[in-house]
Design a protein around this ligand. Structure first.
Ligand code: FAD
Length: 559
């Protein structure tokens, strides 16, 4: 007899699951419930319609219930909320919001892909008109309606995650005054501070007022819209407030029927994406997944994993026994002209105590051109690589104006295939001057990492230098005198690399030297000269002056 599969949630995970099921099994009965009005819409595109980048709203609606039925013969029921699950009877209870009725639907297999919900904490005045979230098509419509009807000219975005930043950028595109408020000392938590500073610089440079290290205390109605009072007492007034402070998994349905959920309400699944009931699968933002690198259980709410899990749940329902090995959190964002991307663990993750994997991790930071320097149009890129003493690649982050996506995608693939930093040296990547350099930035990261691990040169980060209790070191600047005169770090000593051999006699070989140039290449040469001339405690400062100048700057707006 043909099996019957019921799917809860009709967007990323749910729609992928339904389509794959049909392709694998022409006979099975598929019923897809979606509590909203739309299925398979491009939630990732919502900010871009607000800013007018995606001009036609309909382009975000990838499928309609009718088109999905025609192509895949799936019984799609919108405005239909699954309100409970009876695991013994294998039925779900559905509220049909349009026709105001409730009914039961049976299943052989149930797939839960209910996604997540934006967090709306019980802050004073959270329900003030004009305090909005961007999560669904109706949310987007409401935001655009308010902007139009109230002729909104200013916005406060609360939360510096992906959605907050994308929304801030798109509101700027509409010519608004935009302030972005973030409680932490940096936006984009998956990036480390010095990398996030590049994003801060881009936001500030494009007129977004950045407020860091401050949270919302209260919202109130004001003559011009909403008054936001921050924990510091600072007040911001704007025509609209977009609240974007994270999401919580929609795990209630699962928890209510006794399925195992974690402390955050995320649905616990095994590596076949089966819940604690083997007739019920769960996928997407609502599930707790495995961190591919640490093996720890984690919530990683991203579209890629949700789509792939949906497809895999279908495979497993059809008996293919596929295993989900985890997510590595590969993510990317456009911030005006800048692109920032990451994969795997960041340094903040690695600094958290108590993990075996954290022991003695290493860092390299490179500043490279997106393609050959002599070919027009090359753009700056910063690439940070984290790796273990055995050469395992633990994570990577990049920010820049060209070619960031492909470098992080190559590194994400390398991580997935278990490659080491030594392998990165050998990667045979395509090259012609308009696209890359004969030694691609990914190869360069491999060279640098391999140099560190083989003891050719060690390095140190600005964060470590800042945190050092012992200030007994010489900061040696090996840039040219002109560069030094244009701006240098207080207390540093300037000996241009080409004069270094002749000046070694004036330096105390018993001292500790942290050597920097603009990006790290001249400093590497300088370190090698010193190490081969009787100096033993010499380190190259990762990212050099370029990283320091971004790292040490304040991009926030003052009152
Ligand atoms: P969703 O796609 O959210 O689908 C869940 C659906 O289930 C919803 O439509 C909901 O109405 C429905 N539902 C919930 N409960 C029930 C119920 N009881 N009965 C019936 N239906 C129910 N990720 C990226 O990787 N890159 C991006 O650039 C990116 N940008 C984003 C931008 C925005 C504005 C948003 C909101 C998200 C973005 N994401 C992005 C995240 C990505 O969209 C999600 O990770 C992905 O959609 C999760 O898929 P899902 O199937 O788990 O949930």
């Amino acid at each position: 007899m043909a099996k019957k599969v019921v799917i809860v949630g009709g967007v990323a995970g749910g729609a992928s699951c339904a389509a794959r099921l049909r392709r694998l099994d022409e006979k099975c009965e598929i019923v897809l419930f979606e509590k909203g009005n739309y299925i398979s819409f491009a939630n990732c595109g919502l900010p871009y319609h607000i800013g007018g980048v995606v001009k036609e709203r309909d382009r975000l609606l990838l499928q309609t219930p009718e088109s999905f039925h025609t192509r895949y013969h799936v019984d799609v029921r919108i405005n239909s909320e699954v309100v409970s699950i009876d695991r013994t009877a294998r039925t779900v209870t559905v509220t049909d919001h349009k026709n105001k009725k409730e009914y039961n639907e049976s299943y052989d297999y149930l797939v839960l892909s209910p996604g997540s919900t934006p967090v709306r904490p019980p802050i004073d005045g959270i329900d003030t008109e004009g305090v909005m979230t961007l999560w669904t098509v109706p949310d987007m419509d409401d935001i655009l309606k308010r902007i139009k009807e109230n002729e909104v000219r200013s916005a406060v975005v609360i939360g510096g995650g992906f959605i907050g930043i994308e929304t801030a950028e798109n509101l700027r595109r509409l010519g608004m005054d935009v302030t972005l408020v973030e409680m932490l000392d940096q936006v984009m938590a998956p990036l480390d501070f010095e990398m996030a500073q590049i994003v801060h610089s881009e936001l500030a440079g494009n007129g977004v007022g950045l407020v860091l290290g401050d949270g919302v205390k209260r919202f109130e109605q004001a003559s011009g819209g909403v008054c936001v009072t921050l924990a510091s007492g600072r007040q911001l007034e704007a025509g609209i407030v977009i609240l974007s402070i994270g999401a919580q998994p929609n795990g209630r349905l699962a928890a209510d029927c006794g399925l195992e959920v974690n402390r955050r309400g995320g649905i616990v699944v095994d590596d076949h994406l089966r819940t604690s009931d083997d007739r019920i699968y769960a996928v997407g933002d609502a599930v707790e997944t495995t961190d591919f690198i640490t093996g720890e259980r984690k919530m990683i709410p991203l579209a890629g994993p949700a789509n792939k899990m949906g497809r895999m749940a279908a495979d497993n329902i059809c008996g293919m026994e596929r295993t989900y090995v985890g997510s590595q959190g590969s993510a990317i964002i456009k911030v005006f002209d800048l692109t920032a991307a990451c994969t795997g663990l960041n340094e903040k993750d690695l600094l958290k105590a108590g993990k075996e994997i954290n022991k003695d991790y290493k860092v390299t930071i490179l500043h490279q051109q997106s393609h050959a320097g002599y070919y027009p149009g090359g753009r700056a890129m910063t690439l940070k690589l984290l790796f273990s003493p055995h050469g395992r690649i633990l994570g990577a982050q990049a920010a820049g104006y060209g070619g960031v996506d492909k470098r992080i995608d190559v590194l994400a693939t390398a991580i997935r295939m278990g490659a080491t930093v030594y392998d990165l040296q050998e990667l045979d990547l395509c090259y012609a001057p308009p696209y890359s350099s004969a030694k691609d930035p990914v190869n360069m990261a491999g060279f640098s990492a391999a140099n560190i691990l083989s003891g050719i040169v060690d390095n140190i980060t600005w964060r470590e230098i800042d945190a050092a209790a012992d200030r007994d070191f010489v900061l040696l600047d090996v840039r040219s005198r002109t560069e030094f005169d244009l701006g240098a770090i207080k207390g540093s000593v300037n000996i241009p690399v080409d004069e270094l051999r002749g000046s070694l006699g004036a330096l105390d070989r018993n001292k500790k030297y942290y050597v920097y140039c603009a990006a790290g290449v001249r400093a590497y040469t300088a370190c090698r000269i010193m190490l081969q001339n009787g100096f033993s405690d010499v380190k190259n400062v990762a990212g050099g002056y370029t990283t320091w100048s971004v790292y040490s700057k304040d991009y926030t707006v003052k009152e």
